[in-house]
Design a protein around this ligand. Structure first.
Ligand SMILES: [Cu+2]
Length: 172
């Protein structure tokens, strides 16, 4: 009975410490769970709206913000390569028509899951130029290990949007 009580106190303290760490991190470092909830119909995302083929890849919106849109699908990313400028705020937006995928960009803290029915959005700034590997990090089926893309970070002066504000790996 004594030892049961003692262990209950130990468990209680452990929970309290973990809870305090979560609250502390949220208040001190603004480390919060993702709060951007945007839904999208996975059955029609390629037919209309933001994630149609012509809209995929990198574009500079009228406000000057660089936005890159990528579809993650079994077992490839569309497009397979995106261009972004160094030292500029970039918004990455992902959606999937099939199953859960995920991405990380090697050497950066960019990391998100891509869940059917939702748009995953990441704001970041890339600080080094080069071709960064962006693999799928959520097992999505037999071709999972073949599923990756490239994030091409270029010098700001080499980032040249065309008349429509679009930039692709083919032109850089
Ligand atoms: Cu995948």
């Amino acid at each position: 009975m004594r030892s049961e009580l003692r262990w209950a106190v130990v468990a209680g303290i452990t929970v309290a410490v973990i809870f305090a760490a979560i609250i502390g991190a949220a208040l001190a470092f603004q480390m919060n769970p993702p709060s951007n909830i945007e839904t999208i119909d996975p059955k029609t995302l390629h037919l209309s709206g933001e994630f149609t083929e012509a809209n995929l890849g990198t574009a500079v919106d009228p406000g000057g913000q660089v936005v890159s849109r990528v579809i993650a699908t079994q077992f490839a990313f569309q497009p397979r390569c995106i261009v972004v400028p160094r030292d500029a705020p970039v918004t990455l937006r992902f959606a999937t028509p099939d199953v859960i995928h995920g991405i990380l960009v090697t050497g950066t803290n960019v990391n998100t899951m891509i869940v059917p029915g939702f748009v995953s959005q990441v704001h970041t700034t890339f600080t080094r130029t080069g071709d960064l590997l962006m693999p799928c990090h959520e097992f999505c089926g037999m071709g999972h290990s073949q599923m990756w893309a490239t994030v091409r970070v270029v010098e700001p002066q080499d980032f040249k949007p065309d008349a429509q504000g679009r930039v692709s790996c083919a032109q850089s």
